[in-house]
Design a protein around this ligand. Structure first.
Ligand code: UDP
Length: 351
């Protein structure tokens, strides 16, 4: 293993030989890292335990509907460099994400805006909005009392907007890859070798100069200090006629801000404006992560935060030849654009 530090910017005078870099995980972070390293002349190879590329952004055409296999993925960013990078591989359509919530006030537009106030015929104060939109949804999603949820999570969705803007995201750049995420990842991977469906330890015996690891950070260290908590989702996909129980003409997603067991119902045909009589709806049911389901949301608060910051984060930082990237390996609730940005920043100094 060479002395190259992944994170520190390289001194331009140093001559750096081509490295062989193995990458664990073929999601957005691993694929972005592979491209950036390949662009710098390094040799890369990706190892993925699942039988497909794209991680949780993976979508699959079922009949005429492009189904987000792991729930709704909506691309948005204000970062032009990230936007330009992905636009090298796909065009994006003009999909604007609008979300409605099924509440005791009926089906309302969220985040709560002046448009929402018009829908229910009166304005609400922040505490009332918290009860109407956030409490039940969050308690189901995170499995903890609303009061324990950190602002870093609940604050992702504004409590209230003082205008009529009914977009879920207000970012400058938004849209869906015109042929879906899997097609975008296929274009990104081009001639990058990927080993799909390998065992979780397959990368361990493979020679390389450096390793990029995007799996669970606690798994990398064989759970030495115990398991980090993650929240998981179980997905249910089912056929429905286009004029199903909800009309999705105003947006792909309906949030359940009530005691239903699932978070959201999503109409997969809306993202790419697929013209179908029969669509496929997806529902996501939150549950705690264990060995039988996927780690989806790091629970980086309370005991999870203590264990990560006190143990795994330090251990990861002292692995000279491994760079940890992505939601699972850096234990951060990264949006798609943030995952790309994180890789760009961390690999900036590698020549
Ligand atoms: N949230 C909520 N009600 C909603 C939407 C979101 O309580 O209708 C809270 C909930 O705690 C959720 C967080 O806000 O986990 C972030 O929502 P976001 O839509 O960003 O969740 P994601 O799409 O990442 O699952």
């Amino acid at each position: 293993m060479g002395p190259i530090d992944f994170v520190l910017p390289m001194d331009g005078k140093q001559s750096i030989a081509t490295m062989k870099v193995n990458i664990v995980g073929c999601g957005l972070s691993g694929i972005t890292a592979a491209i950036l390293l390949k662009d710098k002349g390094h040799s890369v190879e990706i190892f993925e335990t699942r039988p497909h590329i794209g991680g949780n952004c993976y979508d699959l055409k079922v009949g005429n509907v492009t189904v987000h296999q792991y729930g709704s993925h909506i691309f948005h960013t204000n970062d032009e460099a990230v936007w330009n990078f992905l636009n090298r591989y796909t065009k994006f359509n003009n999909y604007i994400h609008r979300v409605r919530a099924n509440t005791k006030e009926g089906l309302i537009s969220i985040p709560f805006s002046r448009k929402t106030a018009e829908q229910i015929g009166r304005d609400l104060d922040p505490e009332e909005i918290q009860e109407l939109v956030f409490r039940d949804y969050s308690e189901r999603q995170w499995g903890i009392p609303w009061e324990e949820l950190p602002k870093s999570i609940s604050g992702r969705v504004p409590n209230k907007r003082d205008n009529f803007d009914d977009r879920y995201f207000t970012d400058e750049f938004q849209g869906q890859p015109i042929n879906g995420y899997t097609a975008m990842f296929n274009a990104m991977l081009d001639d990058i070798p990927v080993q799909l469906g390998v065992g979780p330890d397959a990368w361990k015996g493979r020679k390389c100069d450096k390793l990029i690891y995007t799996g669970k950070v606690d798994a990398y260290f064989d759970y030495k200090w115990g398991r980090l908590p993650y929240r998981s989702l179980r997905f249910e996909h089912f056929k429905a006629s286009k004029d199903n129980l909800y009309s999705f003409s105003n947006g792909a997603v309906i949030n359940e801000c009530n005691r239903n067991p699932y978070n959201r119902t999503m109409d997969n045909s809306v993202y790419l404006n697929e013209d179908v009589d029969e669509t496929i709806l997806t529902r996501d049911y939150p549950e705690e992560h264990d060995e039988n389901n996927l780690p989806i949301y790091p629970k980086n608060f309370g005991l999870g935060a203590e264990l990560y910051s006190g143990r795994y984060k330090k251990a990861a930082a002292s692995e000279a030849d491994t760079l940890f990237l992505g939601r699972l390996a850096t234990y951060k609730y990264l949006d798609m654009w943030m995952a790309v940005k994180q890789v760009m920043v961390k690999l900036e100094g590698v020549s």
